[in-house]
Write a protein that binds this ligand. Structure first.
Ligand code: FAD
Length: 269
């Protein structure tokens, strides 16, 4: 199975714990490791520091960059700083304004597709986001599909999805992308459930539904919770493979434990 892994930079500059979590997943031979940028507030320059350490360990890195609150000159500098470390892949994102609704920087981009074009013109590989369920700012499925099409036509060949627990929503996105000849490979973003309350909170912010039949499975028993988390991921990997997906992006939450358990179980099937 072709997988990629996402980590977020730790708040401190001690990257050893995180590096050791990565090492526990290395045997899965991830095609790349993506590092978030300022997600959850702050820590923007931590991405650069963290990527420097990962590059010293020879990893293929996809650096996330959000265009929000940045002029084109700012983006020029950030991209060049990453490129100096040997980064050749970017996850190009709009991002969120701290005050809520997205506001364009007076000298910045409005559309993510313009940022994709900017990166593509510099010959970087560009990955973008896709949303099986509507993004909180969404004006509807067709409008969002047009945005994905614009990003693809500007040079993005891959799109990692927001995490999603609905097979129907995945199916609709994947089939429509194919039907509309949008030349982007949809890579599902898989979120292992370490803590159902945290996932539900996160999901609310990003417009993802956590169905009651998932929420109700989780209780006070850690062993049963782990078993359900693994079952849910395995079920997703099975139906997404049936829908034709060949690559999967894991939101690691900086932990290796559940992902290793999932793959151990799959190897025994
Ligand atoms: P886009 O795909 O460009 O658009 C998202 C939504 O915004 C659209 O559905 C639409 O509703 C609205 N929109 C966009 N353009 C227009 C327009 N022209 N007119 C009207 N409405 C419009 N955030 C971080 O801060 N750091 C990260 O590292 C990070 N990594 C992420 C990785 C993935 C795989 C995903 C799915 C999300 C990530 N995010 C990250 C969150 C992301 O920044 C937010 O979801 C943000 O609100 C949207 O950014 P986007 O690039 O997905 O936007």
């Amino acid at each position: 199975m072709n997988i990629s892994l996402e980590f977020f930079p730790p708040a401190s500059s001690d990257f050893n714990a995180l590096l050791s979590e990565y090492k526990k997943l290395e045997h899965l031979d991830p095609s790349f490791v993506s590092i978030t940028y300022g997600a959850g507030g702050g820590a923007e320059n931590k991405s650069l520091e963290f990527i420097k350490v990962l590059k010293e360990n020879n990893l293929d890195i996809a650096a996330h960059i959000t265009l929000v609150n940045k002029s084109i000159d700012d983006l020029e500098k950030i991209v060049s700083d990453f490129a100096k470390l040997g980064v050749k892949k970017f996850v190009a994102l709009r991002g969120d304004s701290p005050e809520g609704k997205f506001k364009q920087h007076p000298n910045g981009f409005f559309n993510t597709s313009d940022f994709v074009e900017f990166l593509n013109n510099k010959n970087f590989e560009v990955i973008v986001s896709a949303y099986p369920e509507p993004h909180p700012d969404s004006k509807g499925f067709d409008f969002d599909l047009q945005l994905l099409k614009n990003k693809s036509e500007s040079g993005a060949k891959k799109a990692i999805t927001q995490f999603c627990f609905s097979k129907d929503d995945y199916e609709k996105l994947i089939e429509t992308v194919l039907k509309e000849n949008i030349e982007v490979e949809v890579i599902p973003g898989i979120m292992p459930i370490y803590n159902i309350e945290n996932i539900t909170r996160m999901a609310e912010k990003c417009g993802t539904k956590v169905p009651p039949n998932i929420i109700n499975k989780f209780g006070d028993d850690d062993i049963s919770n782990q078993k359900y988390a693994i079952e849910i991921c395995n079920d997703q990997l099975d139906y997404l493979s049936e829908l034709g997906c060949q690559k999967f992006h894991f939101y690691t939450l900086n932990r290796s434990y559940l992902i290793n358990k999932i793959f151990r179980e799959r190897s025994l099937l």
